[in-house]
Design a binder for this molecule. Sequence first.
Ligand SMILES: Cc1cc2nc3c(=O)[nH]c(=O)nc-3n(C[C@H](O)[C@H](O)[C@H](O)COP(=O)(O)O)c2cc1C
Ligand code: SF4
Ligand code: SF4
Length: 475
Amino acid sequence: MKYYVMTLFPEMIQRGMDNSILGKAMEKGLIELETVNIRDYAGNRYGKVDDYPYGGGAGMVLQPEPVYQAFEAIRKKVGRRPRTIYLTPQGRPFCQELVEEFAREPELVFLCGHYEGIDERVLEETVTDYVSIGDYVLTGGELPAMVMMDAISRFVPGVLSNQESAQFESFQDNLLEYPHYTRPAVWRGKEVPQVLLSGAHDPVETWRAAQSVRRTRERRPDLLAGRYRLVAAVFSPTEGTSQAVRWFAEAFGQEVLWLDLNRPEVRRQEVVLEERDVLLAASPVYAGQLPPVEGLFQNLRGQGNPCVLLAGYGNRHYDDMLAQLAYRLKKQGFFCIGAMTVIVPHIFAPKITEGRPSQEDRRAVEEFAQLIWERLEAPKRRRVKLPGNACPAPKAARPVKKELDRARCLDCGICAEECPVEALDRDTLDCDESLCISCMRCARVCPANARSFDAAPVERMLTEKCGIPRKPEIF
Ligand SMILES: Cc1cc2nc3c(=O)[nH]c(=O)nc-3n(C[C@H](O)[C@H](O)[C@H](O)COP(=O)(O)O)c2cc1C
Ligand code: SF4
Ligand code: SF4
């Protein structure tokens, strides 16, 4: 890597670069530095290179010709138009991505301004990149040029004695670095994390990756913007499960594509996930299984994408649902990276799920979102094992008696429109029991409270047997 620096203060650059790691790298010939004094191209015997700004105003402006001649001298040496960086607060923010991009160039030219600035015309002729190291104004471009050369040189092979140290540090892959510890193992009562003392490579790497993600999410979430897209495919007729999904999506903190699987037309539309997509598949548990809805989740096509499962259930049990859903999605190109069960209101037994999902449940969902981040960023992504039978024999839920009070009905048609399985006739409002899954969405959405159900036997049984509040579970 060869750096050329066009400046009025070459000795400032030379002195700043001639030390420590960069000094040694220059000694070894790994990087070269040539300063070009703009004043040498003044074209007058006083070395004057600046003048008053046209239009008035404070300060002086560097004239175009000396800058241009200095640039031409470099261009002739290089033999082509080199990448030329002008340091200015108006430039693109300097970041790790740019460091790595610049490090791939055989040479770089830095143009350091002073005074009020440089005549715009010569910038137009010479500069390829406008770069800023931060939203503040300095007295000149020399310090930013040195900051940039320092960061870029670290990526020149051989500059860092330990090649690894350039491989994972803050901003590498847009993640902040994990915390470091050294001897003593206990300092003023503070212990070094146990995993680091174990000496086992894989757990250490996994711990470091997790810490890295945690820190980045806490301190610089902006660095993770656009890293993933969450495709939230949600079936939730009475919207208990979807509450937990909203908490997850908020805590996950990425762009969301919502697929409302309550709608039959959405379930019929094939969705092929993109590379950065993470699928969140959420549904309530019916009779210990996935609700018996034709095509549920079957419109989703993965290309090896990770998927996260969320099962809402009414405090009885989720039985085979997670295993069944993971198996279904596996066949469609997904692998399950994590799953969670959450207690949501049981439409037939509200008492046993009172206050659920609670604020405590919410915290568990948020922790789950953090865990998913850690698993996504782990050195090796692993498929999770889930309890239950992946292919259970279909089981019907206990029937409930449904009623329509025609005297109350406004004939608005909302229930028929909203029924997830199109079981209600739009004209007669009659229910086709062979299609109905007893989800009770129709009762929930009816603006006149004209639809009701009698689930007393089910409610009695559940209240008797499933009254102890269960906790969310994470796999
Ligand atoms: C037909 C039917 C069967 C259900 N079976 C179970 C079950 O086996 N175990 C359980 O804990 N909850 C069961 N529930 C309760 C639901 O899992 C859940 O609490 C409720 O219906 C919320 O779903 P939502 O997301 O549509 O609001 C059942 C609910 C319905 C409507
Ligand atoms: S008719 Fe049956 S399936 Fe349709 S919304 Fe009502 S309870 Fe659900
Ligand atoms: S939503 Fe209620 S009021 Fe409207 S048509 Fe259905 S039952 Fe009647």
